[in-house]
Ligand binder design. Structure first.
Ligand SMILES: Nc1nc2c(c(=O)[nH]1)N[C@H]1C(S)=C(S)[C@@H](COP(=O)(O)O)O[C@H]1N2
Ligand SMILES: [Mo]
Length: 422
């Protein structure tokens, strides 16, 4: 008879017959590919903010060497950020069941005693804690930011960015330390001997229960269950990147379901005018003026005067860091490069610009755009969308729209634009 109170530090405490090297490594391979894609798309998302352009864009001012890879985010193709960030958020949510199953499959190892048998073993266990802690932290902060973005006013970026690098460092250490054992295992398996632990080689706490309970599901069945969970999450999230009936399938996404209205301004809204403290009084035609500044001085324009400038149309999407996006909307307004001309630049040599909103508080009331974004003829200070004046919630009297840029750079309720190398 087994002892009544087997402690979790004993392998005999863990009785699921599903645990074992096969189950763990199948999940591990899925996560290896999936998390690599999450890491890459996450780094791209950070680059898309142009953080090295201006302190206003840089949500992690102490990033030091971690920003080594930053580059000028392109404006082609216009759906670029829609794709990279849609993949980042939807894939992250889809992988949740796989991650939980993988952690469950190795949880007995966390209880193994003694805590460390050697220096290498101690390092390996610390790296494992950082790996597990890091990955949980990234998934939890990511999901919370998508679901309740008021939870981290502005502080989400540093948390998620540093968390990703802690995870990545632990991952590298883990791979370096585990590689020799993995290679040994592979050799043994090729020689038909089975992995070390199953051969009783005592390399570590065994994954396979020495006292398995009656199986209620096969390993393969358990894997189907995990895959089914992932499929369900995917099916109720992915629609957030599309319009119309597909968006209605995104039951789990805050910007899924039905569109907020009908008509030209009926597409997704991130922050409403009311929630940002924008009043009808300050956006009124008689009151609102756009203030442009550059080497030739300052120009003040009313909305009526802007409408008299050459107007151009661009079909461009809104793509938010939270993973949702809209299809192309028809924006009409004044080219950013032509606004630069008004304050003394040649359009082809238009510089960076600092854009400021009427909004007085909140993280996204200002943003800097890079010269390549200003020069692109599709980049507009939009006055109309889909054939009608902008609605208050979409940024009336004027908003920025730039191809391929994350939503946060598409400043609404623009009040001031300062041209010049930032
Ligand atoms: N002034 C201001 N502009 C802003 C924001 C904001 O909070 N304040 N949010 C940005 C974000 S995060 C996104 S995704 C887009 C959303 O634009 P929409 O509400 O028109 O869809 O607006 C951007 N422009
Ligand atoms: Mo956004």
């Amino acid at each position: 008879m087994p002892r009544l109170h087997t402690p979790p530090t004993s392998p005999r405490f863990w009785r699921s017959p599903v645990r074992g090297p096969w189950f763990t490594s199948v999940l591990g391979v899925v996560l290896l590919g999936g998390i690599t894609a999450l890491f890459m798309t996450g780094l791209l998302s950070y680059a898309a903010y142009n953080p090295d352009l201006s302190p206003v864009n840089d949500k992690t001012p102490d990033k030091g060497l971690l920003g080594f890879y930053l580059f000028a985010w392109p404006t082609h193709p216009s759906w670029l950020y829609r794709l990279t960030q849609g993949v980042h958020v939807t894939l992250g949510i889809t992988l949740i069941p796989v991650l939980l199953a993988k952690l469950w499959s190795v949880v007995p190892k966390l209880f193994a005693l003694p805590p460390a048998r050697s220096l290498t073993h101690a390092l390996e266990r610390i790296s494992l804690l950082l790996l597990v802690g890091g990955v949980l932290f990234e998934f939890v902060t990511g999901v919370l930011n998508v679901q309740l973005d008021y939870l981290f006013p502005g502080s989400f970026y540093p948390l998620h960015f540093y968390g990703a690098w802690v995870f990545f460092a632990a991952f590298l250490v883990h791979v370096v330390l585990r590689a020799p054992a993995a290679v040994r295992n592979l050799r043994r398996m090729r020689a038909g001997e089975g992995p070390e632990e199953e051969a009783g080689g005592e390399p570590d706490f065994p994954l396979v229960s020495p006292r398995p309970a009656e199986p209620t599901v096969s390993r393969r069945g358990a894997l189907w269950f995990v895959g089914g969970g992932s499929l369900l999450l995917f099916g109720t999230t992915a629609g957030q990147s599309f319009d119309g009936p597909l968006r209605r399938t995104a039951l789990l996404a805050p910007h899924g379901g039905a569109d907020p209205g009908s008509g030209p301004g009926g597409f997704q809204i991130n922050k409403t005018a009311a929630s940002r403290g924008i009043s009808a009084r300050e956006t009124h035609e008689d009151v609102w003026r756009l203030v442009l500044t550059g080497p030739a001085g300052t120009v003040r324009l009313s909305r009526v005067e802007l409408l008299e400038l050459p107007l151009h149309s661009s079909a461009l999407p809104i793509a938010c860091v939270e993973g949702w996006s809209t299809g192309d909307q028809w924006w009409r307004g004044v080219r950013l490069r032509e606004l630069a001309v008004l304050v003394g630049y040649d359009g082809d040599a238009a510089p960076d610009v600092m854009v400021e909103s009427l909004q007085r508080r909140g993280a996204f009331r200002r943003a800097a755009l890079r010269s390549n974004q200003v020069r692109d003829p599709r980049s507009l200070l939009a006055l109309d969308v889909n054939g009608e004046p902008l609605t208050p919630d979409h940024g009336y009297p004027a908003r920025i729209i730039v191809p391929a840029a994350p939503g946060v750079l598409n400043t609404k309720w623009v009040a001031r634009m300062t041209f010049g190398d930032l």
